[in-house]
Write a protein that binds this ligand. Structure first.
Ligand SMILES: *Cc1c(COP(=O)(O)O)cnc(C)c1O
Length: 391
């Protein structure tokens, strides 16, 4: 199905836009201006199902519809279950709310001291710098505020955010997110990163962005220079399916890597997209080939209207079990549930420990065989106390 895990066994041309001059196609601002944002737009290129047609009509009230021409081209128009399509084409199911679902599924509002800052963990903050993205994932954790379809009126206040970080010396790690931070102009990004770099206690700066995937044209030499100048800047991209691993994404990752940006990937486990071990393995292998280290695999948050995309977390555990030992350790992400209500990310792992006695750890390896690791003889019975780390 995914022969030899080669990058871009799929599609990298201009597709529906083959008459557009290459200089326009490769201009990120042209891509943004020409996004598909309405039902009419979509119907020019795709035979929509009734569920999708209704979804596109209702998207304005939930989470805006927007798909870049580049990303839209990755959809196979003959496959109603296409994994790219499932991520970005709205469906009427989004307007239904299951009892377990929440507007703020991971409890960000409760730990936001100033607008745009989420301070959940002691030593690091999430800094939301915009409510706009290049395209909108239908399972977005922040659909309450992103794209402003629900009149949230999110106004990022860089100065109050920066002031908060400056006045909290315990913050050593700042994660820029949104919306997508790479939608900011070069000038604004340069300024923001420069201000963060001036803060002596901020030792780690990272950006969460799906722009390399939705809009690889945004990764220009000028942008790479900004990251080089303020480096090390780390980046987590968001790829869910091997079909997203195009030559254009690969080139964007290469530019970022060569500018000294270590790359990680965050995927969301999604029904009909990547909820089987073979697809996941193909995705992870392609990421490694693009210098991207798989970081997290998320259980889909309980966002309102996401039931049709969510998967039983036991399936995720089985996928991780199918990978561990069977492929490169670097390829395997940490499967996590971001705990509803603001508990933070909790690692969810297959259980390899059979039993821990006073004498030994009894465990099973990746082939299910039992092994035994004897404990230090002198320490029998003395369980060492492990204290949580405090900065
Ligand atoms: C995910 C997240 C972070 C970063 O967590 P890491 O495990 O360090 O990647 C920080 N703050 C918030 C609020 C988050 O949701």
């Amino acid at each position: 199905m995914y022969p030899n895990d080669s990058i871009n066994s799929w599609f990298d041309g201009q597709g529906h836009w083959s008459d557009v001059p290459a200089n326009k196609w490769n201009d990120w601002k042209w891509q943004l201006r020409n996004r598909l944002t309405t039902l009419d737009h979509l119907e020019n290129f795709l035979d929509l199902t009734p569920e999708e047609r209704k979804g596109a009509l209702l998207a304005d009230k939930k989470l805006a519809l927007a798909i870049t021409p580049y990303f839209f081209n990755l959809i196979d128009p003959n496959d109603p279950d296409d994994p790219i399509r499932r991520q970005v084409v709205p469906r009427v199911e989004e307007t239904r709310t299951a009892p377990e679902e929440l507007l703020d599924p991971v409890g960000e509002e409760g730990t936001s001291p100033v607008p745009g800052i989420v301070h959940r963990y002691p030593d690091r903050v999430l800094f939301l710098v915009t409510d706009r993205c290049a395209a909108y994932c239908r399972y977005c954790t922040r659909s309450r505020l992103v794209s402003n379809a629900q009149d949230y009126n999110f106004h990022p206040e860089y100065e109050s955010g920066l002031r908060y970080i400056r006045s909290h010396p315990e913050i050593r790690d700042v994660l820029l997110s949104g919306g997508d931070p790479l939608l900011l102009s070069d000038q604004k990004l340069d300024h923001l990163l420069g201000e963060l770099r001036k803060i002596p206690h901020v030792e780690f700066i990272r950006i969460g962005s799906r722009i390399p995937v939705f809009l690889p044209q945004r990764i220009t030499p000028a942008l790479a220079d900004i990251f080089r100048k303020h480096g090390p800047i780390w980046m987590s991209i968001h790829v869910n399916h091997p079909n997203e691993c195009t030559i254009a994404l690969s080139a964007a990752c290469e530019q970022l890597s060569f500018a000294g940006v270590p790359l990680g990937n965050q995927s969301v486990l999604l029904r009909g997209v990547n909820d089987d071990a073979e697809t996941m393995r193909a995705l992870l292998h392609r990421l490694l080939m693009m210098r991207v280290r798989p970081y997290y695999l998320y259980q889909c948050d309980l966002i309102t209207g996401s039931a049709h995309l969510r998967v039983d977390p036991r399936k995720g555990i089985e996928i991780i079990r199918a990978l561990r030992g069977h492929t490169t350790g670097y390829a395997i992400p940490q499967f996590v549930i971001d705990a509803p209500g603001g508990g933070g990310k909790v690692p969810i792992n297959p259980d390899y420990i059979q039993e821990i006695t006073d004498e030994a750890v009894i465990m099973r390896n990746f082939q299910g065989e039992e092994y035994r690791y004897p404990l230090i003889s002198g320490a029998v019975g003395a369980t060492p106390e492990v204290q949580p780390f405090h900065a």
